[in-house]
Design a protein around this ligand. Sequence first.
Ligand code: NAP
Length: 279
Amino acid sequence: MTELPRIPLAGVIGSPIAHSRSPALHGYWLKRYGLKGFYIPMDIAQADLAEALRTLPKLGFVGINVTIPHKEAILGMADIITDRAALIGAANTLIFRKDGRIHADNTDGAGFIANIRQNAPQWNPAAGPAAVFGAGGAARAVVAALIEVGVPEIRIANRSRPRADVFRSDFGAKIAVYEWTQAANMLEGAATVVNTTSLGMTGKPDFRVPLDALERGALVTDLVYTPLRTQFLIEAEAAGATIVDGLGMLLHQAAPGFERWFGRRPEVDDATRQAVLSA
Ligand code: NAP
């Protein structure tokens, strides 16, 4: 009797997980390309993480996405870690290899860059310094990616200063740390401006910074994508900036995992955006 191939399973682990848009996104791509497979949200507590990683491959999982709060801890449980995941200190995409080893990557930075390139093709990262607000986990992926694409200087400010200071030792001489209360000064001459704080998310206070020094034509993006047009982006656009919302980063960071698990590189286009927005 010929053995039927196993239907590939993938998913996202985090806690909480109900808010995640990833199941809608992967589910849409599976349907669009007529592929066999399932993508499942899983609320897994920190204490159960190691056991989950042992069990999931046996159940037919070919890989998973990892989100808050497990992105850092998961690195210590992987067998192969890409250079960029090691530099960032976190992983968001795991591949369960046939040889039993777990491969960990971080695609957030590549997703961040792909989103800007798709929506603002004229963007030139080498045109001037970047100003990065916030120094959390997502900021590490953003800064690593900005360095990789040739941004000459990265200015960073964070409410808790020590978290920003670590960037100087981890990412080197291109990093200039500013006081949170002086963060608006980072905008002077900046060609790229990024909000990586969680401020501006629905239910949280807006992210606000005086924009007097913002260069007309600077590229301004926000990692927050609920709402899609944050107050920060609205004000930056009114001040003459080119703006890019954060949803495309979510879509682009998901594409490499989908390709590895289900065997087809998915398109990130308007139909994909609409599918996620309407889910
Ligand atoms: P995180 O590690 O918890 O970092 C949160 C950041 O926000 C820190 O810099 C924190 O500053 C700052 N912050 C929070 N509340 C603040 C306040 N009241 N005033 C000033 N700063 C405040 O989270 P993360 O993983 O980096 O995620 C950050 C944001 O990016 C979230 O909104 C997340 O949803 C979004 N994100 C989006 C994508 C995407 O695909 N678009 C991908 C990843 C993340 P302190 O260090 O001082 O607390």
